[in-house]
Design a protein around this ligand. Structure first.
Ligand code: SAH
Ligand code: SF4
Length: 415
């Protein structure tokens, strides 16, 4: 959005670009290595186009080791911009144009929440709305609190105004976004306005479809479900990352939680929201995770029968406490565990999808399917991809009868 205001336009051929900014993620090492691969590749543009400006932004820029590595080995980078000073992008680009040195501007401390920064959305139907930035949880494996800083919640008035404007513009499906939406407002003086209050107020805007992510189960509260029951426009989809099914591992992850409490939450969700879809995140191979502890994760999965899960092998992140935890588990064992877990994930994705065969679901139409123009595609309230035959336009909400299901999608025909 900032770049458009400066007069930049999108271009498909990266080799013709005047400006490239890699907006990076630091959560896992393999994503970082890809960025370094990309940095190497983009050197070629610099040689071809002397006016080319190349910047690195996002969470990787907040890591000291990354900045050092860039400065010693990648002199073709014009600027490195942190996560707390994005609004300074125009000045940084200007400096980069005028200077030959790599400009490094990273703020160690987060400032206030900056409102009204211009943004460009890549969908006309779905929009993400940040409700908070940062995280105070310090799970021992996670780099986010270091790269994103402490929790800063947006004022409810600003959030509601943004959602109202999006609804007027025709947006149909809005996701409230935060590292841990359940701790929304923990930084306010007035501690009485909680995430579920915000959820209710946003639902009242009348947005056709409302979602939220992510929820660390530690601060979960059944009041969220009570609000969801009250408002039909809050979609029956809950992402509740558990990370591990073993209490000792959870303790060492600094996500102390009783599995019985987690299961109580899940049961409350399932009892109160019909046709709900539940997903989670899981890490295998946390330092010295025993086979029995891994089996506890599988056991929990079998019990909850999630619709979907994002599964990861533990990745060491510099500066986090878990880096110093002893770890005797081989990478082969970790890979085998991931594979075993993914088989269970896939089994339940398919079984859960098959439950919808014969039922009618409301689908928000995205348009023709990319692989088959005779078929339309869209999303169910449960966030499941639905491919169907019928006549509808992008943005329509239509009823689709589900005829078959795979682990990735539901297939049906418009009613
Ligand atoms: N705030 C969210 C998670 C954000 S990070 C929450 O607490 O649920 C997204 C996911 O990346 C996490 O849920 C976790 O499963 C994974 N992740 C984070 N750090 C990781 C690491 N060091 N190694 C492997 N996976 C990690
Ligand atoms: Fe990272 Fe999420 Fe834990 Fe925060 S709550 S430290 S973002 S895993």
């Amino acid at each position: 959005g900032i770049c458009e205001i400066l007069g930049y336009t999108w271009i498909d051929d990266i080799y013709q670009a005047d400006l490239v900014i890699l907006n990076t993620c630091a959560v896992r090492e393999n994503a970082e290595e890809k960025v370094f691969g990309e940095i190497g590749m983009l050197k070629k543009i610099k040689y071809r186009n002397p006016n080319f400006i190349f910047g690195i932004a996002g969470c990787m820029a907040q890591e000291e080791v990354v900045v050092k590595r860039i400065l010693t080995t990648h002199e073709h980078i014009d600027f490195i911009l942190g996560t707390h000073n994005i609004f300074r992008l125009p000045q940084i680009i200007e400096q980069a144009i005028l200077s030959k040195e790599t400009i490094v501007e990273i703020w160690n401390k987060e400032g206030d929440v900056i409102e009204n920064l211009p943004s460009v959305r890549d969908s006309k139907l779905k929009a993400w709305v940040n409700i908070m930035y940062g995280c105070d949880k310090f799970c021992t494996y996670c780099i986010v609190p270091y790269t994103r800083g402490k929790v800063r919640s947006r004022l409810k008035e600003d959030i509601i105004k943004e959602v109202e404007e999006l609804v007027v513009q025709g947006y149909k499906d809005i996701t409230l976004l935060g590292q841990n939406v359940n701790s929304y407002g923990c930084d306010f003086k007035d501690k009485n306005y909680k995430f579920w209050d915000l959820l209710e107020d946003v639902a009242k805007t009348g947005v056709p479809r409302l979602r939220f992510t992510t929820s660390n189960p530690f601060d979960w509260n059944n009041k969220i479900i009570d609000v969801m029951v009250k408002y039909q426009n809050i979609m029956p989809f809950i992402h509740l990352p558990v990370q591990s099914g073993d209490e000792d591992i959870l303790l060492r992850m600094n996500r102390k939680m009783k599995i019985s409490d987690y299961l109580n939450y899940i049961n409350y969700i399932k009892q109160n929201i019909p046709q709900v879809a539940i997903s989670t995140d899981l890490i295998v191979g946390f330092p010295n995770e025993s086979n029995e502890q891994f089996e506890n994760t599988l056991k929990l999965y079998e019990e909850v029968q999630y619709d979907n899960a994002y599964t990861f092998i533990y990745s060491k992140r510099d500066g986090t406490p878990a880096v110093n935890f002893p770890d005797e588990i081989s990478i082969e064992t970790k890979k085998q565990r991931l594979q075993k877990l993914n088989e269970v994930v896939q089994k339940y994705s398919k079984l859960n999808n098959e439950k919808y065969i014969g039922l009618e679901l409301e689908v928000l139409v995205e348009g023709p399917s990319k692989t088959n123009p005779d078929v339309l595609t869209g999303y169910s309230p449960q966030q499941k991809v639905v491919n169907f035959t019928g006549h509808a336009q992008a943005g329509d909400l239509v009823k689709v009868k589900i005829m078959s299901a795979s682990r990735f999608s539901l297939n049906g025909k418009q009613v």
